[in-house]
Write a protein that binds this ligand. Structure first.
Ligand SMILES: CC(C)(COP(=O)(O)OP(=O)(O)OC[C@H]1O[C@@H](n2cnc3c(N)ncnc32)[C@H](O)[C@@H]1OP(=O)(O)O)[C@@H](O)C(=O)NCCC(=O)NCCS
Length: 145
């Protein structure tokens, strides 16, 4: 069984989440996680998915407030060993519920090209053209909450 958890910024779980995100999202692209990233994340909502059997963190994401109506989804990552088992979908559903409870009406993510179909599968649609950011190609994927 797995469960979704809220993760406190600066906690041991947060360190685990940073490590997981590094392995899944940054390391394969030769990117580093800088300490300056941490400060930006202080006011974000951090969400994780935990395997109950061994208490292992198997996925995570962040929500960043943009304005009163809009929240941005960031760094959605599932441990490579656990991908395609429904964890990504379940985490985003949980994040949408948390965002609705906080009064947000719209969610978006700048998705890597390789993940666009995942976001389409879970109800997001593309807004605008694909674009480049720091040498990577993204599409803005949006969903009403
Ligand atoms: C992309 C990612 C978050 C998806 O999480 P996941 O747990 O593997 O996905 P799920 O099992 O919940 O998949 C939900 C649906 O999307 C599909 N899907 C998942 N990843 C997909 C992909 N990369 N391309 C196309 N379809 C995908 C699944 O087949 C499933 O479809 P179904 O409902 O018809 O069975 C995860 O694979 C991951 O961490 N990938 C590497 C990092 C990354 O690219 N993150 C996104 C950054 S924007």
């Amino acid at each position: 069984m797995r469960k979704m958890i809220d993760i406190d910024f600066g906690s041991t779980r947060y360190d685990e989440l940073v490590e997981l995100r590094y392995k899944v999202l940054l390391e394969p692209l030769g990117l580093k996680f800088l300490d300056s990233h941490r400060q930006k994340e202080m006011n974000y909502l951090h969400i994780g998915c935990v395997e109950c059997l061994d208490d292992k963190l198997v996925g995570g994401l962040m929500l960043a407030p943009v304005d009163n109506d809009t929240v941005r989804l960031l760094q959605v990552a599932v441990d490579t060993k656990y991908q395609r088992e429904g964890i990504g979908r379940a985490m985003v559903e949980y994040a949408k519920q948390r965002a609705r409870e906080a009064g947000y009406k719209k969610m978006f993510i700048h998705a890597r090209l390789t993940a666009i179909h995942f976001y389409e599968k879970i109800g997001f649609h593309q807004e605008g053209d694909i674009f480049e950011e720091q040498g990577l190609t993204f599409a803005k994927m949006v969903i009403d909450l």
